[in-house]
Design a protein around this ligand. Sequence first.
Ligand code: SF4
Length: 480
Amino acid sequence: MKKGGSMCGLIGVVAEDGSVSVSEELYAGLWSLQHRGKESAGIVTYGGLQYRDRREMGTVDVVFRNNHLSELSGNAGIGHVRYSTAGASCPENVQPIEGVYRSTPFWIAHNGNLTNTRELRDECMRRGYFFRTTTDTEVIAALIYFNERYDFLDAVRSALSRIRGTYSLVLLYKDSVYGIRDSSGNRPLVYGERRGIRVIASESVACDVLGIPYVADFSAGMIRKITPGHAGALFPVSAGSVLQLPEAKKFCIFEYVYFSRPDARFDGRRVKAAQRQMGRNLWRESPVDADVVVPVLDSGKYAAEGFSRESGIPMEESLFRSHYVGRTFIEPLQERREKGMQIKFNPIAEEVSGKRVAVVDDSIVRATAAKKVTHLLRKAGAQEVHLRISSPPYRHPCYYGIDTYRIEGELIAKRHNGNIEEIRKEIGVDSLGYLSLAGLVRSILEVSGKKSQLRENNFCHACFSGEYHIRVFENGDGNE
Ligand code: SF4
C-alpha cells in the first residue's frame, strides 16, 4: 500500500480578521518546508462558507501561481508537501485529503506513518466506506466519518484512539484548524502567533518566513484548535488530564541530523548549532590527519564546520553543489537519484589536488552520495579521502517517518552488519568514521535551548539502534 505520510511538511494558518486571505501565508510557509517533500503540494482554504483547494504533483512554485493564490481566498487553511522513498506517486494521493463529518467536508494532512492501517482500512470498507486514495491518511478520515454521533473534536479523538504509529496532523474543519501531535512526539509540530494570525507548522522556519514568532513545540499527545476568534485551545489526544500527559518522548533524532532546515528550532534548540556540535564530537571520537575538511553540501556543512573548528584543519567548500538539483535522497527513483548526483557536485580540483581530504557528511543511507563524492575527489587529484559521518551507521529501517523499510536491502550499514571496514571498502575511502549514538545524543543536549525539555531518553534513534518504541510487524505495514 502506498503510504500517505512519510517525511512531509505541514502548515495551518488562521487569521482573526475574516476579510483577510491566508493563501499567501500558506504558500510562503509551505515553500519554506519544501525540503521535506517535493513530489506534491496542496493547499485548502475556508472562507465565505466554502472550501477552495488546489493540489497537484510537483513543487510548491510549480503547483501555485499568482492566480491560484487569489482563487484560494479564505481566512483559514492548511497545506502539505509530500515525499515518499519508494513506489509511484499519484495525483489522487496528494494531500490534504478530503473527508466528511456529518455531511460536512473537512480536510486532513499528515506527517508520519501509521502501523495498523490494513486492518482499519478493511474494517472501514466492510462498513461501506469508499476510499478514493491509497493513503493511510484517508483511514483517519474514514474513522472520523464513522464517529458522527460525537462533536467534531471528539470524533477526531475517537479516530485517533484506533490508530497506531506516528503522526503530526493538521485538519481544517470550516474555519477551525486543528494541529495534533501523537503521544510519542515523534514527528515535529510547532506553533507560532502574533496579533491577528496563528500558525501551526512542521518547522519553526515557516513561522520565521512569515515574520510570526515561534512560540513553542506542540507537546506530545496534544491537540491545539485555532479559530479566528480563539487564541488556541488545548486538548489531550486521549482522555485524561492535560497535566499528566508526557512531554515529547521519542522525538525523531534524524530531524536534527538531516531532515530539518539548519535554521529550524526544535525544543528551543537550533538545528544548525546541534549539527556543529555533532561535528566537534565527531572529531573528538574519530580524528584524522588531513590537510582540508570538505563538507558534502548542504546537509554536511555545519558538521564539517564543527569538525574543522575543533580540529584546526581548514575547511573549504571544494565540492561545488548546484542548487538547481534538489535533495537527492528524497527522490523516489534510484535512476533519477544517480543522475541527480552526477550533475549535483563538481569538485574544485586546485583545492583538493595532492591533499589529504577529510570529507564530512551527515549520514550514509544507501551510500550513493558517498561513493560518487569519493570518486569525484579522487578524479580531481585528492591524495587521500577520509570520510567522517556525523551520525551512527544507519542499520535499521525506519517505520515511523521515512519508509526506509521499503529499501531495507539497500541500507549499506545493514548489508555489512555494521562492519565499518567492509563499508569503508565498498565506498572506496581511505578511512571511515561515524559519530557514536551516545555522541549524537550528547551533541544535541550540549546545545542550550530556551525551555528545552528533551532528555537523553526522549529521542527515537531506532534507525541507528534498532530500538523501536512502537511495535512494528513483519510485513512492514505493521499489521498484525
Ligand atoms: S527510526 Fe530514525 S528516521 Fe525514523 S523516526 Fe526514528 S530516528 Fe527518525
